[in-house]
Design a protein around this ligand. Structure first.
Ligand code: AMP
Length: 210
């Protein structure tokens, strides 16, 4: 089984949802840089406040900040721990830094077209406490605006508003999409079409890990 997994794919492609399902089922740790940065920003930590300036515009946080943050996280994991990297790496520089520390055995690329991504993100609602995500039409919470898992009030991320989403997609194409070729060159890339029901996609995702 693959135990060091990178999730690739544009914002809204389902990395968080599928990564969380995998980590639950396999007992792997899911490391989401986006979740970490948002939490740091909510707590008023210096790193979070700095990162927020970039996140609010849909820009990438500078490589050195992210690389240092992840270096520490990775060091704190046990040798044999299964890990799912969600939202990291997002640049070739980050991928090189990750490669120095961890032997990635699967880069799973979730492929979804832009029109679908825009719909998903503008109608996404997120839980600030447990990071669960919902979609107003496809995957609504049982009670309006309340997280099924922890009961917190859901919110619409600032960077999920249309104008910022369009910038995030541009940033993805320019900086992160080249990682598809990068991991293809290493022989670890697998692509799953990220369209269909969450369970259908998960079925395909699981096949790539086993
Ligand atoms: P996400 O939750 O993965 O969509 O990330 C939200 C935002 O956090 C991104 O738009 C970036 O501003 C920032 N971010 C998350 N991960 C990274 C990363 N690996 N490199 C640079 N910025 C990141």
């Amino acid at each position: 089984m693959k135990t060091k997994i990178v999730l690739l794919g544009p914002p809204g492609s389902g990395k968080g949802t599928q990564g969380e399902m995998l980590s639950q089922e396999l007992g792997f740790v899911r490391l989401s840089t986006g979740d970490m940065l948002r939490e740091a920003a909510r707590n008023g930590a210096p790193l979070g406040l700095k990162a927020k300036e970039y996140m609010d515009r849909g820009a990438l946080v500078p490589n050195d900040l992210i690389i240092n943050l992840m270096k520490e996280k990775i060091k704190s994991l046990g040798e044999g721990t299964g890990v799912i990297f969600d939202g990291f790496p997002r640049t070739v520089e980050q991928a090189n830094a990750l490669g120095e520390q961890v032997n990635i055995d699967l880069a799973l690329n979730l492929d979804v077209e832009d029109s679908e991504l825009l719909n998903r993100l503008t109608k996404r609602r997120s839980c600030p406490k447990c990071n669960a995500v919902y979609h107003l039409d496809y995957n609504p919470p049982k009670k309006k605006n309340v997280c099924d898992k922890c009961g917190s009030e859901l919110y619409h991320r600032d960077d999920d508003k249309e104008e910022t989403v369009l910038n995030r997609l541009k940033v993805y194409r320019e900086n992160t999409k080249p990682l598809i070729e990068y991991y293809e060159g290493k022989g670890t890339l697998k692509t799953v079409i990220g369209v269909g029901s969450i369970d259908e996609i998960y079925g395909e995702v699981k096949k790539t890990v086993l």
